[in-house]
Design a protein around this ligand. Structure first.
Ligand code: ADP
Ligand code: MG
Length: 377
C-alpha cells in the first residue's frame, strides 16, 4: 500500500491528468507530471513537472526514481514506455492492457474471446483486403477505422461500396485498419469502473452518451434505458476488465442497437470523459478511484447520489470571447470545471459543466440551458 503523503506520478499533462492530480493532492499525495508542454493543464496543478517527451528514457528513469507508483492519462503512451516504467516502479494500468486498448483489431478480438458481442469486423491491411472485407460483411454500409491512434471520430470513413472502401483505406494513409459493420444505434452507453489487484470491481452506473461531430457532447446518468440493459452493459464492462486482469480505472464504450442488443465498442485504459459527472454526483469519483487502485487502497463507494448530466465545453464556445460563466452558474445545480488551457481552438475540450437535478431529463435540460446562457452575447 502506498500511503497518502507519498510521491506518485502521471504520464501526460492533459485534463485527465489535471483532475487526477487535483484529487491525489487533496488526498495528500505529492504528484509529479511527465509532460513536454510547459503550460499543460496537469503541470499547472502538480507538485512538480518533468518537462520532457513521454518516451525520453532519462525522464522516465527520473519519474520512476522520484515516485512510488505511476499511472497514465492518455491511451497512446507507447506500450514500451509502460513496460520500461513497470520494471522500475508500480505502474497501472500495465503495458499489456494498454497495448490492447491501443489497437482496435486486438481489442475487438480480445472482446470476442471474452464472449462479448461486438460489431462484425475484418482487419484491413491492403486495398484488395479492403474490397474483400467489405464484400464479406453481412450488412452494409460499413465503417473503416484506423486500427491505431483514432479518437473523437478521427481516422474513420463511412463506406458504401468495395471500391469506396479501398479508396478510403488509401486516404487513411494505407495504415492498418479495421472494417466494421455499421450498427443502427438506439443508444450509446459507457460504463466506467475501477478494478483492484485482488479482482474486486466498483462500477459506476451506466451513462448515456451523445456525440456531435464525433466528439462526446453530453452524458446523462443514469442512462435512460431499461434496467436490464444497464445491468447487461455493466456485466459486459466487468467481463472485459476481468479478461484483461485490468488494474486501474477503465472506460468501456457500448452500443445498444435495434432490438436492445448490447455490443461492446471500445475501451479506454484510464478515466473517461463520460465519467466526469462522478466528481459531482458520486460518493467517490473516477479520479479518486484511479488514485486508490494505483496505491493499493480499498476501492471507494461508486454510489450515485442524484441524477446528473454533463456537457463538454469546446473551444468553439469562446468564439466571441470568454463565455459568461456567471449566467451559467446562475442555473440551479450547475457546477463548472475548466482545464486551464490558454488557447481555445474549435473542437478542443476546454472544460465541462455538470448539473444535478431530480431527474436525468431535467439535469440534461438545465446543463444545456447553462451552456447556452454562457454563450449568449
Ligand atoms: P473514437 O475512438 O473516435 O471514439 P469510436 O469507435 O468510438 O472511435 O467511434 C466514434 C463514434 O462513431 C461512436 O461513438 C459511434 O457514434 C460511431 N460508431 C463507431 N463505430 C460504429 C459502428 N460499428 N456502428 C455504428 N456507429 C459507430
Ligand atoms: Mg469512442
Amino acid at each position: 500500500m502506498i500511503q497518502p503523503g507519498s510521491p506518485i506520478g502521471v504520464v501526460g499533462g492533459g485534463q485527465l491528468g489535471r483532475m487526477f492530480t487535483l484529487r491525489a493532492r487533496a488526498m495528500g499525495y505529492r504528484v509529479v507530471v511527465l509532460e513536454p508542454d510547459p503550460r499543460s493543464p496537469a503541470g499547472a496543478v502538480a507538485d512538480r513537472q518533468i518537462e520532457a517527451a513521454y518516451d525520453d528514457p532519462a525522464a522516465l528513469a527520473e519519474l520512476a526514481e522520484s515516485c512510488l507508483a505511476v499511472t497514465t492519462e492518455f491511451e497512446n503512451v507507447p506500450a514500451g514506455v509502460l513496460a520500461f516504467l513497470g520494471e522500475r516502479v508500480v505502474t497501472r494500468p500495465g503495458a499489456a492492457a494498454v497495448a490492447i486498448a491501443q489497437d482496435r483489431i486486438a481489442e475487438k478480438e480480445r472482446m470476442r474471446r471474452a464472449g462479448l458481442a461486438t460489431a462484425e469486423f475484418r482487419p484491413v491491411r491492403s486495398p484488395s483486403a479492403a474490397r474483400s472485407a467489405f464484400a464479406e460483411l453481412a450488412s452494409q454500409p460499413a465503417i473503416l477505422k484506423t486500427s491505431r491512434l483514432g479518437y473523437d471520430g478521427k481516422g474513420q470513413a463511412l463506406v458504401t461500396t468495395p471500391e469506396e472502401c479501398a479508396v478510403a483505406f488509401e486516404s487513411l494513409g494505407g495504415v492498418e485498419c479495421i472494417l466494421e459493420e455499421r450498427l443502427r444505434l438506439e443508444a450509446e452507453v459507457s460504463v466506467v469502473l475501477a478494478r483492484s489487484e485482488d479482482g474486486s470491481v466498483a462500477a459506476f452506473p451506466a451513462g448515456e452518451n451523445h456525440h456531435r461531430f464525433g466528439i462526446l457532447e453530453t452524458t446523462v446518468v443514469p442512462a435512460r434505458i431499461p434496467d436490464t440493459l444497464a445491468t447487461e452493459c455493466r456485466a459486459a464492462a466487468e467481463a472485459i476488465a476481468g479478461a484483461l486482469d485490468y488494474v486501474g480505472v477503465l472506460g468501456v464504450e457500448l452500443f445498444i442497437a435495434a432490438g436492445g442488443r448490447v455490443f461492446v465498442n471500445e475501451i479506454a485504459p484510464r478515466p473517461h470523459n463520460s465519467g466526469h459527472y462522478t466528481l459531482d454526483a458520486c460518493a467517490t469519483d473516477q479520479f479518486e478511484q484511479q488514485v486508490r487502485t494505483l496505491c493499493g487502497l480499498p476501492l471507494g463507494d461508486p454510489r450515485l447520489f442524484t441524477p446528473v448530466a454533463m456537457v463538454n465545453l469546446l473551444g468553439d464556445l469562446w468564439a466571441r470571447g470568454e463565455p459568461k460563466w456567471d449566467r451559467a452558474l446562475a442555473v440551479p445545480g450547475v457546477r463548472i470545471h475548466l482545464y486551464g488551457k490558454s488557447e481555445a481552438r474549435p473542437g478542443r475540450k476546454m472544460g465541462h459543466l455538470t448539473c444535478t437535478a431530480d431527474t436525468p431529463d431535467r439535469a440534461l435540460a438545465l446543463v444545456l440551458e447553462a451552456r447556452e446562457a454562457a454563450s449568449t452575447p
